[in-house]
Design a protein around this ligand. Structure first.
Ligand SMILES: [Fe+2]
Ligand SMILES: [Fe+2]
Length: 191
């Protein structure tokens, strides 16, 4: 599993744009480095969000490297898109205690992640907003992050094809996100 240290090392090596340090400081003031990536579908564990962000980075790197005609991206741009696409999930989950029967048939309490949104603004659009408070994005990066859910988000479904045609990176970031969450991090018992 990738760690917060892996994230910070890669971030420091690749993202040096003005405001990037302030953005990292803000992330450190949130639960970004301990948050899960989902409630139960993929990387639903402490540190899952950081692990997911790095899994997406590896997939995006692989796709841009191997698919003929893939967009040529600077290392900084690639790291920004992958590592920061889900910053909207900082301060987004909390833990609830639930009851379940253990192997001996006794009820026990166990922690369960729930969505507890504190700043209702959307998903990819929220990530763009939060990043832009500290650091400028190129239009290509902003569109790719905004549409990274592809057709799986009501707010991006109708315009996804158009965005993907104008900015092929939209397709690659969405695909990297799907590969990471569905193949690399899938949880066997998630429905
Ligand atoms: Fe996402
Ligand atoms: Fe994601």
């Amino acid at each position: 599993m990738f760690t917060a240290k892996d994230f910070k090392t890669l971030y420091a090596q690749t993202i040096t744009r003005p405001g990037s340090e302030k953005l990292l400081q803000w992330l450190e003031s949130t639960d970004f480095f301990t948050a899960p990536a989902s409630t139960r579908f993929h990387s639903s564990c402490e540190g899952g969000l950081v692990h997911h962000s790095l899994s997406v980075y590896n997939r995006l790197n692989m796709l841009l490297d191997t698919v003929p005609g893939a967009p040529q991206l600077s290392p900084e741009s690639m790291a920004i898109c992958a590592l920061l696409h889900d910053v909207c999930k900082a301060n987004f989950y909390s833990v609830e205690m639930r009851n379940r029967k253990n192997e001996q048939g006794r009820w026990e309490k166990y922690p369960f992640y729930i969505v507890d949104e504190k700043f209702v603004y959307g998903h990819g659009d929220k990530s763009v907003f939060l990043i832009e408070r500290f650091m400028r994005l190129t239009v290509e990066e902003a569109v790719a992050i905004r549409f990274h859910m592809g057709p799986y988000d009501d707010s991006t479904r109708s315009a996804y094809a158009n965005a993907m045609e104008k900015y092929p990176l939209v397709f690659y970031l969405h695909s990297a996100d799907m590969m990471a969450s569905h193949w690399d991090e899938a949880e066997p018992d998630a429905e």
